[in-house]
Design a protein around this ligand. Structure first.
Ligand SMILES: C[S@@+](CC[C@H](N)C(=O)[O-])C[C@H]1O[C@@H](n2cnc3c(N)ncnc32)[C@H](O)[C@@H]1O
Length: 249
């Protein structure tokens, strides 16, 4: 079906508002205003329109239908609000792909500086088009593998790093450690079966070495039967044994 041909952000706006109003009921009361503003809903409508249009020529997502994306990827990207995580000053999203979770979070947290890291050139180019088009004034894109970007991604600069469906938890922790600010949090979207990664011996050894705690928070999206998890890794600042090495060096 040619979804993109039928879309424009103005026509989509009532659909976005309805979905987000329904979702707001599942959020802690204090988080509801973040997704109730005109700017948030208009931004999401622009994002969904641009995603559907670009998906006609490039495979960004398997199903670009806005109703489907609102009920699944958009709401799932907002899981940090569901569990009551505070907005960070500076967020790095590793492997943003078609825009998740960075774009919904950038819209919900307009005072946060958001960096989207993406290794595939055409996806990074699409993300750059979102910065001007949605628009996302506090966002920027760094094209390339996150572990290769010593200069573009300053060390210890991010008080939150996110990654959704990117790599094994041990791999992401290794990428994130040099970039996390003191007391910063690494937030990972994981399914029930992925939790075995937390028992992986090399990962457990790294946790001990860098004095990092792991917390698993359950969340449920409205209308979705299975529970999902956010795994939150936090380094104890004064005890940190973090190395500044990148890319296996
Ligand atoms: C399965 S997609 C998930 C995309 C998005 N996070 C989501 O939840 O829909 C994984 C993305 O991570 C990117 N990626 C994988 N390893 C990466 C790395 N080391 N640095 C930057 N991007 C990476 C891939 O190019 C791909 O776009």
């Amino acid at each position: 079906m040619d979804i993109a041909g039928k879309l424009d952000p103005t026509r989509l706006l009532p659909v976005v508002r309805k979905s987000m109003n329904d979702f707001a009921a599942a959020l802690p009361v204090g988080e509801r205003p973040a997704i109730s503003t005109d700017t948030f809903c208009a931004g999401l409508a622009s994002f969904l329109t641009m995603l559907a249009q670009t998906n006609e020529v490039m495979n960004l997502t398997s199903d670009a239908d806005p109703g489907h994306l609102l009920a699944t990827h958009i709401r799932d990207s907002l899981a940090p609000l569901l569990v009551g995580l505070e907005s960070p000053h500076s967020l790095l999203d590793i492997g943003t792909g078609g825009g998740f979770p960075a774009v919904p979070l950038a819209l919900a947290w307009p005072t946060t500086t958001v960096t989207m890291s993406e290794s595939i050139g055409k996806k990074a180019h699409f993300l750059e088009s979102l910065v001007g088009g949605v628009p996302l004034p506090g966002a920027r894109v760094v094209h390339g593998r996150v572990e290769d970007h010593a200069s573009a991604l300053p060390e210890r600069a991010f008080d939150m790093i996110t990654a959704r469906s990117v790599a094994h938890i041990a791999t992401i922790l290794q990428y994130a450690l040099p970039l996390l600010a003191s007391n910063g949090r690494l937030v990972l979207w994981k399914g029930e079966k992925d939790l075995a990664e937390l028992q992986d011996p090399p990962f457990v050894a790294t946790l001990h070495r860098v004095h990092c705690t792991a917390t698993v928070l359950d969340y449920a999206l409205p209308g979705v039967e299975r529970n999902s998890k956010l795994v939150i890794l936090q380094v104890t600042p004064t005890l940190s044994g973090r190395s500044s090495r990148r890319n296996g060096s």
